[in-house]
Write a protein that binds this ligand. Structure first.
Ligand code: ZN
Ligand code: ZN
Length: 176
């Protein structure tokens, strides 16, 4: 298993380069306090196509996320296949109109520079794309009481009947 995910374009042979990776977590740049990337494996199949580079890949990772409702940290497994077309930076976007350049959803065209492909960046992006917009430890997570802060999944609210049925809690629940 290879550890270094950066590939020099000059090192890619005509028949392509096939790389398998494991235990990548420490190579992937950190995301933020709410998203920690854990155990990660990946694969890259890299071919030259003229000056461009085609990359087919796969990544599987355990991501530690923080629940939006109860703030508990929990692991989530993500796995995906992906495909990138990389152009040299000098050519990038040449045949795309300016307002198309950033429309990465339509086609995964990126650029590379200094003759180097940053495998860890591709893995990181693909992992992040798999994460939900709204992070919940479970669809039925009851969250924290807005009054007393109790985790309602594991304990009872201690701030009493009156507040728990009050209009503010209803509003607070709509917001979470
Ligand atoms: Zn939760
Ligand atoms: Zn309460």
């Amino acid at each position: 298993m290879k550890k270094e995910t950066r590939v020099q374009v000059a090192d890619i042979p005509e028949e392509g380069l096939f790389l398998n990776f494991s235990q990548l977590a420490d190579l992937i740049p950190p995301v933020d306090d709410y998203v920690q990337i854990g155990d990660t494996s990946g694969r890259l199949e890299i071919h030259k196509a003229g000056a461009n580079i085609e990359i087919r890949g796969w990544v599987k990772s355990i991501v530690h996320l923080c629940c939006d409702r109860c703030l508990k940290v929990f692991p989530k497994e993500v796995e995906t296949d992906f495909f990138y077309l990389l152009q040299p930076k000098s050519d990038f976007g040449a045949d795309l109109s300016p307002d198309h350049q950033l429309s990465k959803d339509e086609i995964d065209v990126y650029w590379y520079e200094d003759g180097e492909i940053m495998g860890e960046e591709l893995f990181r992006e693909q992992i992040l794309l798999q994460l939900p917009m709204r992070v919940l430890c479970s669809q039925t997570c009851k969250g924290l009481c807005p009054g007393c802060g109790a985790d309602l999944n594991v304990s009872e609210c201690t701030c009493g009947e009156k507040e728990s049925h009050g209009p503010f809690e209803v509003l607070a629940q709509l917001k979470v």
